[in-house]
Write a protein that binds this ligand. Sequence first.
Ligand SMILES: N[C@@H](CCC[C@H](N)C(=O)O)C(=O)O
Length: 308
Amino acid sequence: MMDRVLFTKGHGAGNDFVLLPDPDGALELTPELVAALCDRHRGIGADGVLRVVRTAKHPEAAGMAADADWFMDYWNADGSFAEMCGNGVRVFSRYLVASGLTTPGPAGLPVATRAGVVRALVGPAEISVHMTTPRVYAASTASVGALTVPGMAVDCGNPHLVCALHDGVPLDGLDLTVAPAFDPGVFPGGTNVEFVVAAEPVAGTDLHVRMRVYERGSGETQACGSGALAVGAMALRDAGRDAGVVAVDLPGGRLTVTADEQGRWWLAGPAVLVASGEVDPAALGAPGADDQAAVPVSPAVGGPAAQH
Ligand SMILES: N[C@@H](CCC[C@H](N)C(=O)O)C(=O)O
């Protein structure tokens, strides 16, 4: 039986995570435990899990130990892995600093991910992350019900399919309770799918868009940082710009994508820790009242149930 597990809950623009401090990589984290933790009715509830493990202590990350002390071991809500999570990096960085596990240097806080080491500049409200450079690599399509929308595949460390809506197709009207269909030939490992519309200019930015996202392994989320990066990259590309600032509005709030004059890509937005506690893995997913009601129960004749 596994002991109680310490956790912290946090979010970035409503994209929420259960953080599991596990410096020595001792926790037996399984897809089933991740899915149970993320269950919004019988668990803590989250879009994903961030295991906080020393880089040197994780077999997938040990090669990055010279560049970053901490590895963000990211898992989607369904128990699958992902290479990158932009909101996750910000929340992870907030946790490392708030818990005293590290102090950022002048060059920022390095965080190891499955897509490599990224650096976070930790501010009191916003955290800005120097992300891997997005790579646009193929044309494809996504379908939602009868609607098929052309889009572009963008690699941000993890896969994205960015689809711009035109001809008055309402962003808010899309049914993202089911996964959009995509071409598995282009995305053999699955993909996150972003739908985008242009928006009115915002002061201090060059471009402004609104988007919704269906995340691989998590469903529709309130925000996706790597998805915003992919969308920002496509917005700048479509505008014929190599550099600029893109305001990206999502259901959970605004993220800002910046391509600077040095060719670096930045993702900025909030990162908030909301609760800490401990969870009993044995109680996760335990049958509740609904399940018990499904088991036939015959009250004893003359017992309390028979008195009414
Ligand atoms: N929400 C994250 C992305 C998480 C991973 C994604 N679901 C995938 O499977 O690639 C973000 O903020 O980037």
